[in-house]
Every structure is written in C-alpha cells, then in structure tokens.
Design a protein around this ligand. Structure first.
Ligand code: PMP
Length: 354
C-alpha cells in the first residue's frame, strides 16, 4: 500500500512547509522580533521555568493565562477568548469547524498562505480574491465574491502579509457588513499598527485573531482568538486537549507580566521600519510599499528579484523571495525589520546586490 492509495492527490503534491536553513545568517525572513530580553529578565524566566511541573499535563484550558491575556490585551468582557498553538492552529480549528458544511473560505490575495493551505488540507472550498496592483482591496470584486460564495469564513489579515499594508477601516467594515458568515480580522501585526478591531468583538460575526509571535515570542507558539461567546464555545469543542503546553503557559504568563519590555521593542522596530523604508526608497529603481507591520515589501528593478535575493544570501543575509508567490508580487522581496546593525548590514548588501 502506498500513500497514493489513500491520500488525495493534492495532498500528496505538497511538501512540508519549507523553512530555509538560516544557520550563521542574519535572519530577516520570518517577521521575528530581533531583540533579546534584558539579562536579569532572562535569568528570572529561567527560575520560573525551573518550577514547571513537566510530569503533569498542562491546565487544559490555560485558565490563568487566558485571564491574563484578556486583561493585558484588553479583550472586551462580552467576548469569548480561546488560545491556540500559534494562530496557525486557530485557523485550523476554524476551518475544521466549517469542513463539510458546503460553505467555504474567502480571503484577498496575495495574503497569508496558511488560509489557503489549511483549507486545502481539510477539503474546504477556498476563494482568493486578487487585490489591486497597489495592494488595496478590490471592493467590487470582494463584495461580488461574498455574494456569490456566501463564505462560512472570511480572513482579512490587517495589516496584510506579505504586503504590509493595512486597508482603510471603512473597507473592512463594509466587508464585515456584507459577510453572511464569520469574519476573522487577523491582527498578527497589530503591535506595529495604528488601529485594531479588538474592542469591537463580542456580538455579531466579527472575530479578532492575534499572536505573540511577532511581538518577540515566536518560539512559544501562542495565538489567541477573540469572538462572540457562543462561537468560541463551539470552536472549543474542536480544540485538542492540552494544546498550550506547560512551558508555554509559564513563559507566556511571565512575558505578559513584562509586557512593557515587549512593547518597547515593538516601538524600536517601528522606528527602524521608518528609517529602513526611507533608505530603500531613496535607491534608484526600488519601490517600497507602505507598511504597518514589522517587515517591508520592496520591489526591485524588473527581473532582478532572484539575483538580489541570492546576492543577499551570499552575503549571509536571509530575507524572503515572494516574487513568484503571486503575479501581483512580481519582482518583490520581503524583509523583516531587524536591529539597527542588522538593517545597516542588509542595506549595504542590498545595494551591492541590486
Ligand atoms: N497570521 C498572519 C497574517 C501571519 O503572517 C502569521 C505568521 N506568518 C500568522 C498568522 C501565524 O502566526 P503564528 O506564529 O501565531 O502561528
């Protein structure tokens, strides 16, 4: 018996999510926070984790951490809140819940690839609606797709990955208004943006998904989904027991007590984003797109994306080559904001590779 005897062909065609080897490189490919914690805070975390009881299963509902997240992040009292092993797991739970309903998923594209991938795994119909060439929403096309597909879930990454822009709030509100199903505003990059829908969650069809990954805790794998209570309760039935492990619960709780440090680092990243954006925009033939995230999307001269990406790699700098991900991203590269030193090294290598 072969995998092909039992697995759907579209699943067999997929390799594992590929993550390039970044050993010894300046790593600007995955929207991580480049900063470490102050040494005393790191040492204190070590003492906290030393107390963790690894012989026991974690609190299955991560009750204490959930309450703490509510308070620190300002989740409305009327909203339900559920935690996931990264927001990727929350996307999976949402789509598992809809699988078999006959209704599908809708998202603008280019967008976060996991919406499409997980939908494909679970055999949930997926519709990607192209953005405009400037990465704004094509509102007539979105509204027509909503009308036509009546999607069970619409994902709006706000700000969007990999484009970095945040669509006008009024556009998002109009889509929420028109949607017959759930609307998940994915605020993974919320810490670097100027606006949020979190305070509006409670009743209705709006959900807000967030993650601690971009804020400096990518290694923990922790995302959270705020939504109407009855929806969170229903989705909770599809959550694997103990999905948030003992070490993550302890470390995240400690980190939230020191939330100010994380937000200070986010502030540094925002300032560096402005500086790097200006420096790149000054280069002839280079287009930098507006970003409210912790990365920049950059268009290099026609046909040069692969060469620039390789030139950077030869100089031990890893970014993401998104130029073949979507026709709208032709000649585009995505670079995560690093420390001032990393950004300076990137800029030098980028100029040499152009
Ligand atoms: N949503 C968006 C828009 C993202 O870009 C990412 C990470 N690339 C995620 C969700 C997933 O984050 P997590 O690390 O919490 O799984």
């Amino acid at each position: 018996m072969q995998p092909s005897d039992l697995m759907r062909p579209e699943l067999l065609a997929q390799g594992a999510y590929s993550v390039p080897d970044s050993r010894g490189m300046i790593k600007l490919d995955a929207m991580e926070n480049p900063y470490h914690w102050p040494a005393d805070m790191q040492a204190q975390l070590g003492r906290v984790l030393a107390q963790a009881e690894l012989n026991r299963y974690p609190d299955p509902r991560a009750e204490a951490l959930t309450q703490q997240l509510r308070a620190v992040m300002g989740v409305p009292e009327t909203a339900g809140l559920m935690l996931g092993n990264g927001s990727d797991e929350l996307i999976q739970i949402l789509l598992m819940a809809m699988a078999g309903s006959g209704r599908g998923v809708l998202a603008p594209e280019p967008g976060f690839v996991m919406y499409r991938l997980i939908a494909q795994w679970l055999d949930v119909p997926y519709t990607g609606v192209p953005l405009q060439p400037d990465f704004s929403l094509d509102m007539p096309a979105m509204l027509a797709a909503i009308e036509d597909q009546a999607p069970a879930v619409m994902f709006l990454a706000w700000p969007n990955n990999p484009t970095g822009n945040r669509w006008p709030r009024a556009d998002v509100e109009a889509l929420i208004q028109a949607a017959p199903g759930l609307v998940v505003v994915d605020e993974a990059y919320g810490p670097f943006a100027d606006d949020s829908f979190l305070s509006e969650v409670g009743q209705g069809k709006l959900m807000v998904m967030r993650t601690v990954s971009k804020l400096g805790l990518a290694g923990l794998r922790l995302g959270y989904l705020a939504g109407p209570g009855e929806w969170i309760q229903a989705l909770d039935g599809l959550r694997l027991p103990y999905n948030i492990n003992v070490l993550t619960q302890a470390a995240a709780s400690f980190a939230l007590e020191h939330n100010a440090v994380l937000h200070e680092q986010a502030g540094l990243i925002r300032a560096e984003r402005a500086a790097l954006s200006a420096a790149l925009a000054a280069l002839p033939g280079v287009e930098v797109f507006p970003s409210e995230a912790n990365f920049l999307l950059v268009r290099v001269p026609l046909g040069r994306a692969d060469a620039v990406f390789e030139g950077l790699r030869e100089r031990r700098i890893l970014i993401k080559n998104v130029s073949k991900q979507n026709p709208l991203l032709a000649d585009c590269l995505r670079v995560t904001i690093g420390t001032p030193e990393e950004n300076a090294a990137f800029l030098t290598a980028f100029k040499q590779s152009l």
